[in-house]
Design a protein around this ligand. Structure first.
Ligand code: FAD
Ligand code: FMN
Length: 751
């Protein structure tokens, strides 16, 4: 086989040596524009897992590579005068130049021809090759040449960074956070041989400009950085090597292969340096591609198999890298607001790949410190004494909202059951909510309950608009209070333009076959094109709806609910005012966010005025519409800030469901970043909801300060005893009701 690699970086060299080793008859050329000893960057990082792959693929280069490693287990975080150390992280670094030397030597020994100082512009010279490897890095010319097939997307990130080296031999993977008059600087530093470390400096574009670095050449950059970090460098020097300020491009491609041309390494994809090195990905690509070619005789088939094999892994890593790079873009949000131990926890768990449990395995001492700190905060916040040792897992700490005390951080999300008779909840609701309260959650939020008959989503929705409702709800509230320590909240709502539709299992958001009732909304816009067109509310309608909310709130107080939640999310009536996609009014209730919030706030204020002072009120919001022109995360921060100013105690941060053509990005904990942002930037407690499935995720979210409470919906449909099971798994003693005390002598098997 005739193989040409454009580029002699790690991807091109490693692939070439693997192929030549597999079959010396292959004719392999590597074409490289630089000289053999020309390299940028300083050190590269490998995780223990990557090294295992390298060992298996080529023992010779593995032996040489590992002979030159600097290995470390610790991560040191320098923050506001403290150094926080977390251990057990298992990484190794080496010089990039040395790595390339080893790979070049191995290629030469095997008979791969490497042609240096040859720039490839035109691919026609390689038309007779059986395989063309586009290993030409982040600015790949091959990728550009076949752009219509590869469909590249390059997302240029806003932060600025520069790769430097230093003679300071960092003993651990080190993050430095340093404030200067210009702003906040972040450093990612790690040792790659006995005496040298990589030192990547990153900051926001504003800070970079304020420091005048947009005008600086390499020497001026170096001088600036040495001054800034004089104390940390302890007399050591920084070194340059084509150390230009850059923005990080996240590269993705719609397709990685076209006929006999294939993308590998940075040409195919990049992942931010904060999550591991591109070198690791490049080498793993080379291994996967060589294996695919050995397995499939035909080149095109092998290239398809390579992409199928690698793409899911790369995309997983890119998703984690995205959350990680955003953390570094938004560090100002945490800096100064978080105490050092929580800042460290937030940093270490930023990509969601490292969790509270992972860290506990690696470094139990660090996690015990985090848990102790978290418990002491909870003790202050809730005014409830905590056991001194061992500290409770974060999810089993108490939380107070006004006079309502929650015994832990788990909340049952409101979930419509579509099983009411003209709004009256019945036995189903009693058993549904009652069993979840007994199941250990600290707060149970009863489903979206409508303030009028016309405000219901479906004929099966619960209401709080006639006297029978009060009695029926009181029965449920009394049961919850008598049978468990759980508190119970009622979610009050009006369905607006999403009303008069079928039960979930009969066709969600679809108009009723018959018996429809008239709808109202912020504007006369139907949900689906075939949905009923709602009436745009007039002042009289607003007064009527506001009064219905007030009536329902009074009834809820009489029924004994501990908290109210106003449903301002998911496109229902209050949300229809808030989103610009559903509110196109030209009066004082439309236009800017403050106007769009006017009516929801009138309702909130009126409800707050009649709801007892000692009881809290929350509002559920959609923090983004996931649609062009819709509500953004920034709007959501302003929205939450205004709610806080009006006396809202906590917001439940959900997203979307405003318009049917939304484009949500689902995934594990996909709504938690919105909660994190709102909690810090709007300065209000938050409940996070959405694809939370494990107690480990709950502990990670809480300990890192991404929310105050964790809300599970489907998790609680699946398992009403979710909190009890989580307690068992963590060895935490959650008292059982008297009727069930015999469970104490029973050992469940959950394998
Ligand atoms: C400035 C900078 C510094 C970096 N420093 C580090 C670091 O210290 N540690 C680390 O782990 N990662 C570093 N990286 C990232 C890392 O280099 C890549 O993720 C990794 O090297 C990807 O390997 P690759 O083989 O795909 O591409 P590369 O290593 O980029 O190799 C591509 C090769 O193709 C050659 N080439 C490109 N176009 C042509 C052409 N038209 N004709 C001929 N040859 C061509 C290039 O000269 C280069 O040698 C750095 C990246 C940049 C941009
Ligand atoms: C059957 C069902 C009914 C729901 N009803 C409501 C509701 O009444 N009010 C509400 O705010 N959200 C409602 N939701 C949304 C959930 O409360 C929650 O925000 C969403 O399901 C994401 O959480 P999860 O991933 O834990 O399920 C409902 C969800 C389900 C699955």
């Amino acid at each position: 086989m005739r193989i040409v690699s454009i580029g002699a970086g790690p991807a091109g060299l490693y692939f070439s040596l693997l192929m030549k080793k597999a079959d010396p008859a292959h004719d392999i050329r590597v074409v490289e524009r630089n000289r053999a000893d020309d390299t940028f960057g300083f050190g590269v990082v490998f995780s223990d897992a990557t090294l295992e792959n390298v060992a298996e693929a080529d023992r010779e280069s593995h032996a040489e590579i590992t002979g030159h490693f600097a290995h470390w287990d610790d991560i040191d975080i320098h923050y506001r005068g403290e150094v926080l150390t977390s251990t057990g992280h298992g990484f190794a670094g080496m010089s990039r130049q040395l790595l390339l030397d080893i790979l070049q030597r191995r290629c030469a020994a095997l008979g791969v021809r490497v042609e240096f100082q040859r720039e490839v512009g035109d691919l026609s010279a390689y038309a007779d090759a059986d395989l063309v490897l586009a290993a030409d890095g982040v600015n790949s010319v091959v990728r550009s040449r076949y752009a219509e097939h590869f469909r590249p997307q390059v997302d240029w990130r806003p932060n600025k960074f520069v790769w430097l080296g230093t003679t300071f031999p960092y003993p651990a993977f080190t993050f430095l956070f340093k404030e200067s008059a210009h702003g906040l600087w972040r450093v990612h530093a790690y040792r790659y041989d006995a005496s040298m470390s990589t030192f990547i400096l990153e900051t926001t574009e504003e800070t970079w400009r304020r420091a005048g670095l947009d005008q600086a050449d390499e020497d001026q950059t170096l001088a600036f950085c040495e001054r800034l970090f004089a104390e940390e460098l302890q007399g050591h020097r920084l070194l340059k090597n084509r150390s230009l300020w850059r923005s990080f491009p996240t590269v993705r491609n719609g397709c990685w292969h076209h006929r006999n041309v294939v993308l590998v390494g940075d040409a195919a994809h990049t992942a931010h340096f904060s999550i591991g090195s591109g070198t690791k990905l490049a080498i793993e690509d080379a291994i996967a591609l060589a294996r695919a070619l050995q397995r499939h005789g035909e080149v095109e088939k092998a290239l398809a198999a390579y992409e199928e094999d690698r793409r899911p892994e790369v995309e997983r890593l890119q998703r984690a890298a995205q959350v990680s790079l955003e953390w570094f873009e938004e560090t100002e949000r945490y800096h100064g607001r978080l105490e050092p131990i929580q800042f460290a926890m937030s940093l270490l768990t930023r990509s969601l790949r490292v969790t509270h449990d992972n860290l506990k395995l690696r470094d139990p001492g660090f996690v015990a410190t985090v848990d102790r700190w978290y418990a002491s905060q909870a003790e202050q916040q809730s005014r409830v004494a905590m056991p001194a040792a061992p500290p409770p897992p974060p999810m089993f700490t108490p939380f107070r909202l006004r006079d309502m005390l929650l015994s832990n951080r788990i909340v049952v999300s409101p979930m419509c059951q579509y099983s009411a008779e003209d709004g009256t909840p019945g036995d189903w609701h009693l058993v549904n909510l009652g069993s979840r309260a007994v199941g250990g959650a600290a707060l149970v939020i009863a489903e979206m309950t409508d303030v009028s008959r016309e405000g219901r989503i479906t004929p099966g929705c619960t209401g709080m608009y006639k006297p029978e409702h009060l009695a029926a709800w009181k029965r449920i509230v009394d049961f919850v209070h008598a049978a468990s320590p759980a508190r119970i909240a009622l979610q009050l709502a009006h369905a607006g333009r999403k009303g008069s539709t079928r039960r979930l299992w009969e066709g969600i958001d679809e108009p009723l076959a018959d018996g429809n009732w008239p709808l109202i909304s912020a504007s006369a816009l139907p949900y689906h094109p075939h949905s009923q067109v709602p009436k745009a509310m007039e002042r009289g309608d607003m007064d009527a709806v506001r009064d219905q909310f007030v009536r329902a709130a009074r009834m809820a107080e009489e029924a004994g609910f501990d908290m109210l939640e106003l449903h301002g999310a998911h496109g229902y009536l209050l949300a229809s005012f808030i989103s610009p996609l559903t509110n196109v009014r030209t009066d004082e209730y439309g236009g800017a966010l403050v106007n769009r919030m006017r009516f929801p706030l009138e309702v909130f204020d009126a409800v707050r005025a009649v709801w007892p002072r000692q009881k809290p009120v929350s509002v559920k919001i959609s923090a983004t519409d996931w649609a062009e022109g819709g509500l953004s995360a920034e709007d959501a921060v302003n929205l939450a800030r205004i709610l806080r100013e009006h006396g809202c105690d906590i917001v439940t941060v959900s997203t979307g469901q405003t318009v049917p053509d939304q484009k949500p990005v689902y995934g594990r904990l996909y709504q938690t970043p919105f909660s994190d942002r709102i909690r810090y930037e709007a300065g209000i407690p938050t409940m996070t909801v959405g694809s939370i499935a494990s107690y480990d995720d709950v502990n990670s979210i809480l300990a890192a300060g991404r929310a105050d409470l964790c809300v599970l919906a489907r998790g609680h449909l699946y398992d009403p005893y979710w909190t009890r099971h989580a307690a068992y798994q963590q060895g935490w003693d959650l008292p059982w009701p008297d009727q069930y005390v015999s469970v104490k002598s029973f050992t469940p098997r959950r394998d």
